[in-house]
Write a protein that binds this ligand. Structure first.
Ligand code: NAD
Length: 492
């Protein structure tokens, strides 16, 4: 690998350049990457890709496509397992870099998130290799369905779970035989760069994984507009998805979009109220920067006092602090602009007559010079139509509303344009089935949260997304399915 600019972050060397065609490539322009742990901590000047960068990355992927696509799924699986092993050997380093870059709690990165990236790669390597082509006889012909690699895939990820989402999206694309151009978000670009180093180390063939750094509206827009790209897999905001969807439509390229959420967290009087309140207070985790979070607490009026007493008790236990420390449960927000955005929602809610019953302000944390923490906040909205209920805030801000009947609960749960996730607490199996099916969301959890099986479909309804990822759903997205029909008795 041709060495260019590298910096040391949390004891690990990270490249500031793109990774294209198996080598590091720079850009004249750069953008600054700072740490949310302390905004005065500058991490790196990262290469800011442009039209030429995008074109070079797509050309590299296109150049690698026929050889990578011609390998058997089992041969590709060998490469993916090697990459997974390399990840498992570097969990501590990747976790420390991701924590510095994004501010997610280091202990959960170390314990779960980084290794899950390796699990994603293994899971898809094996799933693709296990695939059997359906075969049947019909109208005198032998029929087979063949998954053919579609070609270069662009993967665009948001800042809030950079490592998890990059590996989650990369694994099915590579396993299906598509070379990838990965563009991470400009607010948390570092872990994608580490992934490129690992791909290089395990000698993934040149051009099979390319990492392009830069701004969404610049190099991101160039990548998704390139007609040589055959699949686009995006996770981020509905606003950016609309632009990318237009580019995909121009080139008639299939596109999946995993977008924002405003999940309902519904608590019925027959539930374990203490367990529900504990999980509800846990929606502040990662400072609420979680697309799947149940941010609208909908509680049956008959148990709201009991629920709130327990909720405040658990919320009081939350510790705002440095995400590198084990005692911390609430990390800082990613960026000053985002902090202002979150604060703006709360200020406008106050002005609109909503009642802020907990938190609602920026918080100071000892030792941080320029901290980006916001207090865990609970708001009782004056109306379901208010912005604080209808828009994704993506910070530690929950709303509380009450309901009387089950029908009213389902109606409130569905009364936004989003449909990514829902959480329901109830002690009744019948109600779990009824309400679970009644909530319009891609994933509904009953009496639990965030437990996921990698083979299950994942995606959003409404403005929360288009298409499904996960398991065979993502493999089929990345394939061009072909029906091959041969007249029976016509060939030896
Ligand atoms: P964003 O849409 O601003 O950016 C996401 C990515 O898209 C970034 O890499 C950005 O550079 C790129 N981008 C922006 N405009 C682009 C354009 N015109 N063309 C090409 N690329 C472009 O989102 P964000 O602020 O980084 O992330 C937060 C959002 O992501 C929230 O809405 C959150 O709910 C959502 N999210 C969804 C899921 C899910 O699985 N559904 C998971 C995590 C985050």
């Amino acid at each position: 690998m041709s060495e260019q600019r590298r910096v040391e972050v949390a004891g690990t060397s990270v490249s500031c350049e793109h990774y294209i065609g198996g080598g590091r490539v720079g850009s004249d322009a750069t953008f600054e990457d700072r740490s949310p742990i302390d905004w005065s901590w500058k991490l790196a000047d990262i290469a800011r890709g442009d039209r030429e960068t995008a074109a070079a990355a797509v050309a590299a992927a296109e150049g690698a496509a026929s050889a990578w696509g011609a390998l058997t799924a089992a041969e590709r699986a060998t490469h993916l397992h090697r990459l997974a092993d390399a990840i498992d050997g570097r969990v501590e380093q990747i976790a420390a870099v991701e924590c510095a870059d994004m501010g997610m709690l280091e202990r959960s990165l170390r314990a779960r998130v980084i290794a899950r990236g390796a699990a994603n790669l293994r899971n898809y390597a094996d799933l693709a290799a296990e695939h059997e082509e359906p075969v049947w006889s019909s109208k005198g012909t032998a029929n087979r369905v063949i998954r053919q690699p579609a070609g270069p895939a662009v993967i665009i990820t948001p800042w809030n779970a950079p490592w998890m989402l990059a590996t989650w999206k990369l694994a099915p694309a590579l396993a299906a035989g598509n070379p990838v151009i990965l563009k991470p978000a400009e607010w948390s670009p570092l872990s994608a760069s580490l992934l490129a180093d690992l791909a290089d180390e395990v000698e993934l063939p040149a051009g099979v994984l390319n990492v392009v750094q830069g701004i969404g509206e610049e190099v991101g827009a160039e990548l998704v507009s390139d007609p040589r790209v055959r699949r686009i897999s995006f996770t981020g905001s509905p606003e950016a998805a609309r632009h990318i969807g237009v580019a995909a439509a121009r080139n008639l390229v299939p596109f999946t979009a995993e977008l924002g959420g405003k999940g309902p967290f519904v608590v019925f009087e027959d539930a374990d109220i203490d367990a529900a309140a504990k999980k509800a207070a846990g929606q502040y985790d990662d400072a609420g920067q979680v697309c799947l979070a149940g941010t609208r607490l909908l509680v049956q009026a008959s148990v709201v006092d009991e629920f709130l007493e327990a909720f405040h008790r658990y919320a009081d236990e939350q510790v705002l602090g440095d995400p590198r420390e084990d005692a911390t449960t609430i990390s800082p927000l990613i960026h000053p602009t985002h902090l202002e955005r979150v604060e703006g929602f709360v200020d406008r809610a106050r002005a609109a007559g909503d009642r802020v019953v907990r938190g609602g302000r920026r918080a100071e944390v000892d030792g941080a010079r320029e901290g980006l923490w916001f207090e865990p906040t609970l708001i009782e909205p004056a109306s379901n139509d208010h912005e604080v209920v209808q828009h994704e805030i993506f910070g530690p801000v929950l709303t509380l509303q009450t309901f009387g009947s089950e029908d009213e609960a389902v109606e409130l749960a569905n009364a936004t344009d989003y449909g990514l996730s829902g959480i329901v607490y109830t002690g009744s199996r019948e109600r779990a089935e009824r309400v679970g099916r009644g909530v319009r969301a891609g994933t509904v959890w009953v009496n639990t949260f965030l437990v996921r099986d990698l083979t299950a479909p994942f995606g959003g309804m409404g403005i929360s997304g288009i298409g499904r990822e996960g398991g065979r759903y993502a493999l089929e997205f990345h394939a061009d399915l072909q029906t091959l029909q041969i007249l029976e008795g016509s060939v030896e």
